[in-house]
Design a protein around this ligand. Structure first.
Ligand code: ASN
Ligand code: ZN
Length: 332
């Protein structure tokens, strides 16, 4: 009998977590049958195939450090579970494709590999162990970012170049933030930063900032003609900035101990509507209205349409969507 068990994980980035596992006393495995059978595999520094499924005798996994081989798997398995629960409980979507089927994760990819990636071809995600194999790219926001690439591919199908590519990347950052707030983990509180736990820059700074994307030195705060020629991880700044403004509004604000200060292109203030309404609007636009070629102008019209469907055209939410797009120089 392969039942659902609640294992205990000692993660590197999210403290002590509960893991969905299978098996029985003496032989448990990282197979989350309660979430579509999502499995987590050990590539053991290989770069192909699935390696070996993580197994454990007592259902207590990892020790919170990268020297323990199970620790990266704990973070990856936990991130997949929170992302599953987020899409199911917030958006009524059962799994990445909406068909109830789990994906799988692979950790310990290659050596000194400082990236993580989603692939539609295997319906799987893969994590490197980071520089010196000490900082695996397995934080909750990275997991949610990567799995959300799968959601985008299964819905709007935003092409990964030009403005649609920026919207594709932005969508992954938006849902990375949304999953973090949803998980409400005291050891990994919600924020509008991306990759703040994995120290990818080596100086403690996050990979991206949604309140003012240009703080990373490369991302764009606002739309301009020619932004379609920018790397999608930087043209995404316009979407990230829009989403921050829509959720939290412009100006200075502190949330869960993190200070933000979000500027506006038009120098007009934006009043936020909260992330719970903002994420509903983005998901409805992504899953029902955007297409593979959607650009920033069309992201504006589709999110306005989603806001009208959800809240009405005379709602505060609809007005905030219009104002937040104007604040990133996407106008009518
Ligand atoms: N980690 C990167 C991302 O998800 C991998 C890539 O460039 N596609 O954006
Ligand atoms: Zn991405």
């Amino acid at each position: 009998y392969q039942g659902v068990h609640n294992g205990t994980g000692n993660s590197q980035y999210s403290g002590k977590v509960t893991l969905g596992t299978s098996g029985s006393a003496g032989s448990y495995s990282m197979n989350d049958t309660g979430r579509g059978g999502h499995k987590t595999y050990n590539l053991n520094r290989g770069t192909s195939g699935t390696g070996t499924l993580f197994t454990d005798a007592d259902d207590v996994w990892g020790d919170g450090t990268a020297t323990n081989t199970q620790t990266a798997a704990v973070d990856a398995h936990y991130g997949a579970a929170e992302t599953w629960d987020y899409y199911k409980n917030v958006h009524g979507r059962s799994g990445i494709r909406g068909d109830g089927v789990g994906a799988y994760s692979r950790v310990h990819y290659s050596s000194n590999y400082v990236n993580a990636f989603w692939q539609d071809s295997c319906f799987c995600m893969t994590y490197g162990d980071g520089s010196g194999n000490q900082a695996p790219l397995t934080s909750l926001d990275v997991a949610a970012h990567e799995m959300s690439h799968g959601v985008t591919a299964a819905t709007a199908g935003l092409i990964y170049s030009g403005e649609s590519g920026g919207l594709n990347e932005g969508t992954s950052d938006i849902f990375a933030a949304a999953v973090e707030f949803y998980a409400n983990n005291p050891d990994d509180v919600g924020d509008y930063l991306v990759g703040e736990k994995i120290d990818i820059n080596g100086d403690g700074t996050p990979l991206r900032y949604m309140d003012k994307p240009s703080k990373d030195g490369a991302s764009k705060d606002s739309w301009y003609s020619g932004i379609g020629g920018v790397d999608v991880h930087y043209s995404s700044g316009v979407a990230n900035h829009f989403f921050y403004l829509l959720s939290e509004g412009s100006g200075a604000k502190e949330i869960n101990g993190v200070k933000y200060d979000s500027p506006t292109y038009d120098n007009l203030p934006v009043t936020g509507i909260g992330i719970k309404d903002a994420e509903k609007i983005w998901f409805k636009a992504l899953s029902e209205k955007m297409t593979s070629n959607t650009n920033y102008a069309a992201a504006r019209t589709t999110t306005l349409s989603a806001a009208a469907d959800l809240f009405g055209q005379s709602s505060a939410q609809y007005t905030a969507v219009a104002n937040a797009w104007a604040a990133v120089n996407v106008g009518s």
